[in-house]
Design a binder for this molecule. Structure first.
Ligand code: ARG
Ligand code: ZN
Length: 864
């Protein structure tokens, strides 16, 4: 049966229904006769009954037809049956050997789950439930097996044959074929199985672990891409050393392979000893990849490497525990990236990401706790909530316990559960047992969805030298969760004296546990200003009685860099929100605060760059009960123009000050490039006559993609002749490089021009646009859907376009299609005319016959 065929009412899987597996599979031997058109897979499973029961063996399948089935060497005629896609076999004893044979067609597998073809190579993706598209198996993460893999393929087309673990044998076969055998000594769930066959070249390197174990490293790509693998290799070695130093975790096999593939549903996959990556997270050189790309590559390489412990050595019992490995591993990769450059800037980037992707999820129809209670299709739960909010929850433990005790907890967790499939509860219990901390109330963070809103009001009694801080929390209702309990909210806070800027109350960690609390501070001799949620110590929204003067003061004086950035953001946000409400914008405080920040010699350029950018239109919309995208754009654009015009000299100064910057991938050089393009953007909106020319010069003279893409992005918003010239040049220069051409699509999809919907429609008909490649879909369609102004064009064609894309992509690749749904699911937040159009687009989609479970789940939940 095809997974793409929606059942009438797709079944709901519930966390509460978890049952231990009836049968275990301690050993599996797989034999692949690989061919893109027709691959034969023979599997030999050693199965053992788990507990005293009489139930049959049930092996998951998806799109598989058994060619033959044998038990203990005997061909079976009638002791098996199909229950839908599941192969059911009655077994008399407690231990048997079950053999199956199936046929696959990798080249027609457009879902990119299971075994598929990409750019001439064959590769696999099994997480979460792709292994059942390769062979019949109990496809669940708590069944761990030792894998023996044999592969045979045409030697010319597929000279390289890779699988998990260690290579044990290889040789030539008949008819120009060759074969290889791999053995993985570590028992693993089937979602970590991988193989790759293709004509690949390796960047080889070497690492010696802390205990002296040598590891051969290789990054496999097409020969022509070899020069672009140096950065990823460096990141891999740095990650390996970092995990030893910070978490005491060493690598455990003699080989670590990474393969880059062009067609991939998400970022990368941590298959044991054989990570498979979306090529955009491996390939980089200064001419084709931006600083953000380089950073993302290092972060994803680290993330997948760190999974070797947080994910592979200790895996998940069931998919409801997904955040156990993903939240923890994101927390680990964030720590790694922070240590490579500026921790403050990294924290700002991570919080921006959380606010852009996770807060809206928490506030919408698809809100779910980091440990969900139910799902229809698990692929829909690889979300910003599971990943990024999950990381924030681990970070709060780190903040409350302190680094040393957190490490004791993680050591205990790894030691206690090594080789096991664990739960979120196991993680918290290990933290508790190692430190003696009572985390009973903290567990609510795993079960309650929604972003807590914290009210923080400071009152000052000047004659008495007393300050009183009133704190309260509210966790808003989310689908299926009307009433919430108060959660422990760790708030790093201090009081700054104004005007001295000194901490009149030193920083402390306050954990708000109740719905309300009151804190009293004595001996406060100077008017105090509240600095709260420093470092974004809790993933919450803070509302306070700080006015524009207080926020401006903090933005110039707070010693905590995140709080300083945050004060500026809040000042900007308050200004914009008031502007949307009243039509009047008081530019002065924002302009003045930016001027001060630009002129502060103590600040580095990367940090300044983050501080001087206005919050996105979408984030402004998130503050409002009813979103009117045109009103927001008008007010924000007006403020941008004021900032550009009034500070023109400062922007020119910043631009000139970053001109002599020759390319280097270092934090100061990256900061200079970032500030440079931001300055260019402000000069462009200010209407400066030479801005287009400056942008063209920046584009054409650039010695790196960051400057080039920056200039292209600025020009893409305007109408200057330089715009078309630059787009044409970019296309000509990079047409042959798919990853760079993606940037060309994205720059146009993100444009603020009023004709963007039509332009995006035209681009979807461009010969280089294809639904077969997820990166290309994301570069145009997902990018367009985050362009609040264009996507919500009042004509409604943005919604219609996205709806058409969802339906078209669903026929090819349900996972990628489902990821296009959430922007439409936000309809309730918009003014009535747009809300009605969005809703009717969802209704149109849900009525399409043969919808995948993936899209069905997202659309139906969005309509409730
Ligand atoms: N585990 C992979 C990671 O490192 C992602 C797998 C995503 N799978 C999916 N079905 N969306 O984050
Ligand atoms: Zn991951």
């Amino acid at each position: 049966m095809d997974a793409n065929v929606a059942l009438a009412t797709p079944p709901v899987i519930r966390r509460a229904d978890y049952q231990a597996p009836d049968w275990l599979v301690p050993e599996i031997a797989l034999d692949f006769a690989l061919d893109p058109a027709l691959t034969v897979v023979k599997a030999r499973l050693t199965v053992t009954r788990n507990g005293a029961h009489g139930r049959p063996l049930r092996l998951d399948g998806d799109g598989l037809d058994p060619v033959s089935i044998a038990v203990d060497g005997e061909m079976l005629a009638d002791a098996w049956r199909m229950d839908g896609p599941v192969l059911v076999i009655d077994l008399p004893g407690d231990a048997h050997v079950v053999e199956t044979e199936v046929r696959l067609s990798p080249e027609t597998n457009s879902q990119l789950m299971g075994l598929y073809a990409s750019g001439g190579l064959l590769c696999t993706q099994c997480e979460a439930e792709g292994f059942r598209r390769i062979t019949f198996f109990p496809d669940r993460p708590d069944v761990l097996s030792r894998y023996h893999v044999r592969m045979a393929a045409d030697k010319t087309r597929f000279p390289v044959l890779l699988a998990n673990g260690d290579p044990v044998a290889q040789g030539d076969g008949p008819d120009g074929t060759h074969w290889a055998e791999w053995h993985d000594p570590f028992p693993k769930p089937c979602y970590l199985f991988a193989l790759v066959a293709g004509d690949l070249a390796a960047n080889r390197d070497h690492f010696v672990t802390r205990s002296g174990r040598p590891v051969d490293l290789a990054i496999w790509v097409r020969e022509a891409d070899l020069p672009k693998t140096a950065h990823a290799m460096q990141a891999l070695k740095t990650s390996m050393a970092w995990d030893e130093r910070v978490y005491g975790r060493e690598y455990d096999l003699a080989i670590f392979n990474i393969v880059a593939v062009a067609d991939f549903n998400f970022g990368a996959m941590e298959n044991k000893g054989l990570n498979i990556f979306n090529s955009r997270y491996i390939l980089a050189d200064p001419d084709t990849a931006t600083d953000a790309d380089f950073d993302a590559i290092a972060g994803v390489v680290a993330h997948e490497y760190f999974h070797n412990w947080s994910g592979n050595r200790v895996t998940c019992r069931d998919w409801f525990q997904l955040s156990l490995k993903e939240g923890f591993t994101v927390f680990r990769d964030q720590g790694f990236s922070a240590d490579q450059g500026s921790p403050a800037v990294k924290r700002i980037e991570d919080v921006k990401m959380l606010r852009a992707a996770q807060f809206p999820e928490d506030a919408g129809p698809l809100a779910h706790p980091i440990r969900p209670e139910s799902y229809i299709e698990i692929s829909n739960f690889y979300t910003a909530t599971i990943y990024n909010k999950g990381a924030e929850i681990v970070r709060m433990l780190h903040t409350m316990l302190g680094a040393a005790r957190f490490r004791q907890g993680s050591d205990l967790y790894f030691d206690r559960h090594d080789g096991e499939a664990a739960t979120c509860e196991d993680f918290v219990a290990a933290m508790e047992d190692a430190t003696g901390e009572d985390l009973a109330q903290f567990r609510l963070w795993y079960g309650q969805a929604g972003t807590p809103r914290i009210r923080a009001d400071l009152e000052y009694d000047a004659p008495g030298g007393r300050a009183r801080l009133l704190l309260s929390q509210l966790v808003p209702p989310t689908p299926g969760q009307d009433a919430k309990q108060p959660m422990p909210i760790p708030l790093r806070l201090a009081l700054l004296g104004e005007p001295s800027g000194k901490e009149v109350v030193a920083e402390q960690l306050v954990v708000l546990k109740d719905a309300q609390a009151e804190l009293l501070f004595e001996g406060v001799a100077e008017r105090p200003v509240l600095s709260i949620n420093r470092g974004f110590s809790a993933p919450v929204v803070i509302e306070s009685n700080r006015n524009a003067t207080d926020l401006a003061f903090l933005s110039a004086n707070d010693p905590d860099p995140f709080a300083r950035f945050e004060a500026m953001q809040q000042l900007m946000l308050d200004t914009l929100v008031a502007g949307v409400a009243t039509g009047q914008v008081d530019h002065a405080p924002v302009v003045e605060a930016i001027a001060k920040t630009l002129a502060d010699p103590a600040l580095d350029q990367a940090f300044i760059a983050e501080c001087v950018l206005l919050p996105s239109e979408a984030f402004v919309g998130d503050q409002l009960l009813v979103v009117d995208p045109d009103a927001i754009a008008l007010v924000r654009e007006g403020l941008r123009r004021e900032i550009g015009t009034q500070l023109e000299k400062a922007w020119r100064g910043a631009y000139a000050g970053t001109a002599a910057n020759h390319y280097a991938y270092t934090p100061p050089a990256k900061g200079a490039r970032r500030l440079r393009t931001i300055a260019l953007g402000y000069l462009a909106v200010s209407g400066a006559e030479d801005a287009d020319d400056m942008a063209w010069r920046q584009y054409i003279d650039a010695d790196n993609m960051t400057d080039r893409q920056g200039a292209l992005g600025v020009l893409a918003n305007g109408h200057a002749p330089a715009r078309e010239k630059t787009l044409a040049d970019f296309y000509k220069r990079y047409q042959a490089d798919a990853l760079v051409l993606d940037k060309w699509f994205t720059a146009q999809a993100l444009s603020t021009r009023p004709d963007t919907v039509a332009a995006v429609r035209a681009l979807a008909a461009h010969p280089d646009f294809t639904l077969a490649n997820p990166n290309r879909i994301r570069s145009l369609v997902n990018a367009f859907a985050v362009n609040q102004r264009a996507f919500n064009d009042v004509g409604g064609d943005g919604y219609r376009f996205l709806g058409e894309m969802i339906v078209a992509v669903d026929q090819i690749n349900p996972q990628t299609a489902a990821r296009l749904v959430p922007p439409l699911g936000r309809w309730r937040r918009f003014e009535p005319v747009r809300a009605a159009m969005m809703r009717s687009e969802l209704e149109r989609i849900v009525a399409v016959p043969d919808l995948s479970r993936d899209v069905y789940e997202q659309v139906s939940k969005s309509l409730v």
